[in-house]
Design a protein around this ligand. Sequence first.
Ligand SMILES: [Zn+2]
Length: 465
Amino acid sequence: MSGLLFREVTLLDGRRVDVRVRGDRVVEVGPGLDGAGEDVVPGAGGTLVPGLVDHHLHLHAMAAAERSVACGPPAVDGPDALRRALAAARPGADGWVRGTGYVESVAWDLDAAGLDRLHAGRPVRLQHRSGALWTVNSAGAALLDLAAATHPGVERDAGGRPTGRLWRADDWLRDRLGADGPPALDAVGRRLTALGITAVTDATPDLSPASVAALAAARADGTLLPSVHLLGAPLDADLPAGLTAGPLKIVLADSGLPEFDPLVERIRAAHAAGRPVAVHVVSREALALLLAALDVAGGRAGDRIEHGALVPADVVADLARRGLRVVTQPGFLADRGDDYLRDVPAADHDDLYRAASLAAAGVPLALSSDAPYGPLDPWRVIAAAVDRRTRSGAVVAPAERLGAAAALAGYLAPPADPGGAPRSVAVGAGADLVLLTGTPDDVLDAPAAERVRLVAVAGRTAHAS
Ligand SMILES: [Zn+2]
């Protein structure tokens, strides 16, 4: 059986050791191990950590975003820049120009007519950076036959005419566009392993059978080496090999909070099927709705809050008492923190993307990217959890800064236990491993993707630089 022998690596606890890998397991850890025909990886004292787990991202949306034109800050910061970006964009095979990352600060609340003024010659679909909204221009609306559409997310004006805005209608849109299956994941797979990410949780809700099949195929043929945990697997799904089902994703969209009773029923159905829930909660209203629904439905170990963008101080202890986990994204502070500080009332700034106060109260806290909506690079997210600094240099809720070790630990818990105990490099552990340049202190002082030297997934080298 092939294997790897890491020579002279430093573990996070400071021990300088050799680490032997056989198959997909770590089988020996100690100083001065004898070689036994393995591939030897000289560690030079660098830090060996377990592979990182991104606890919330969207794989197919990441793949699609790579073939799209950026339509938001910092590249695009106003109507003229957006007009230029759309004009320069190459259309996809379907003839459409696909834009992502749009936010109202670029050109306000666009509808089809507004988008026509920026680009009318080709069909355009423009995704809001929240991921919740697509806006199409008139050429796009005609191709989609929006006037005849029945999807509830197709927004209409008082006269019943479609406005060009499509709320949470991704599956419908994909069907209408006639795309031949979800986009390929090869570039996404390479990016993940190059960053040291060896497991991901895909948080896309209500995955279609085609999406699940495409993810399974990408796992099977090695396109996607990291293990994949799904929040959007249907309750009755029999998942193919290579995929695992996590809690059931439920979206409490700020664009239209669900009715109370159906929400309670959905939570009950998930729990009855043995699945906790993973609930998208951004606003304080959504948080209050979720807690009220859990009061009726009851909680289940493993229930989690995705984002928790605004958690009032007096709710923190309640989350801990209920055993709810929070999966947060400090990378948003680095990318959009200035927008939050401008748009969120000052009295609420201390509630933005809490981290340290949750951890101190005993709420299990996991970090993640929400890519493509937030920055994927986990080292950047860890740095953002530590400094909480915006582009302009402001610091969002400084009391919520995490220590670097705690931030890294937010990426080290297993997919099925976000916020739980961090994995370690130890005999019997899975051989998902990342070798970094620098000692643990160096890594924690300056976390950076440039430190990633070698990544092993299930005992096999997946990336080396
Ligand atoms: Zn998400």
